[in-house]
Design a binder for this molecule. Structure first.
Ligand code: UDP
Length: 247
């Protein structure tokens, strides 16, 4: 399948169903696959961070997270079929594998949050195999021990919730050491599963206004969120330029 290029970040034009099939395929291969969920904020971060850009170009799957990406795909006349939110993909994938004996490790968030996420996931899917958890506030010195723990747990799927870009950088840096088959950055997902953070209600998501909900809930993030209008302008400006050049 041809990738869509959004300012240097490749996006796989997959639907949720297709993304889930790809993840199942990854489980059949015994090598590490890195999964990222780029949204407008991440694309903007990568413009200023060459290391992050390189990492996003070396993942195995980049699902189109966020309505900004879908908007850009339409402006660039390569419309994506649908938005695949990282949180939804994680939850659907967990649902799929929870009864299949696939071992999961949760890394990231505060200690009480990751523990509560484990408990809540078990309540939701009693057959789930969570073989270990570790919080996301560790020093570099502790990394070897954590990686050993992940590997000796036999985990096949590692969800990393350290926020972007920390989580992707951590996975990429340790890609030679991790023995899991899938490592996926999931941002603040454990906080949502633990019931600490709320996801935007359906209507906000449907209207592409998840960012607005987040801004209301976490107004201190406004600086970081300025990336969103900047992204929209960049998309429209790029289109105008391309049109002028006969593109
Ligand atoms: N986090 C962490 N270690 C850190 C920094 C952050 O485990 O050193 C966790 C934090 O507790 C939260 C998640 O990473 O659970 C970041 O969530 P955020 O919503 O900021 O990430 P985003 O979805 O914006 O990437």
């Amino acid at each position: 399948m041809r990738k869509l290029d959004i300012f240097g970040v490749p996006i796989d034009p997959v639907t949720m169903t297709e993304a889930l099939e790809i993840l199942s395929g990854f489980l059949r291969e015994s090598k590490l696959h890195i999964v990222a969920t780029p949204n407008a904020e991440i694309v903007m971060m990568a413009q200023k961070d060459r290391e992050y850009m390189e990492i996003l170009n070396n993942t195995d799957l980049n699902v189109p997270d966020g309505s900004g990406i879908v908007f850009a795909s339409k402006v660039f006349k390569k419309p994506l079929k649908e938005r695949v939110a990282g949180f939804d993909l994680m939850m659907e994938f967990i649902k799929n594998i929870s009864s299949k004996n696939v071992k999961i490790y949760l890394l990231g968030a505060k200690p009480e949050i990751v523990e509560q996420a484990r408990i809540n996931l078990r309540k939701l899917y009693p057959a789930i195999k969570i073989v270990g958890t570790h919080d996301g506030y560790f020093t570099e010195n502790e990394e070897e021990k954590i990686i050993d723990e992940i590997n000796s747990s036999g985990a096949e799927v590692l969800f990393v919730a350290l926020g972007a870009p920390k989580q992707e950088k951590w996975i990429y840096k340790n890609r030679g050491k991790l023995k899991v088959k899938i490592a996926m950055g999931v941002g603040g997902s454990f906080d949502v599963i633990a019931g600490k953070a709320k996801r935007a209600p359906y209507l906000y998501r449907k209207l592409g206004l998840e960012w607005l909900y987040r801004l209301i809930q976490e107004p201190w993030r406004y600086k970081r969120m300025m990336a969103l209008p900047k992204f929209a302008f960049k998309v429209l400006f790029y289109r105008k330029k391309a049109k002028k050049q006969g593109g």
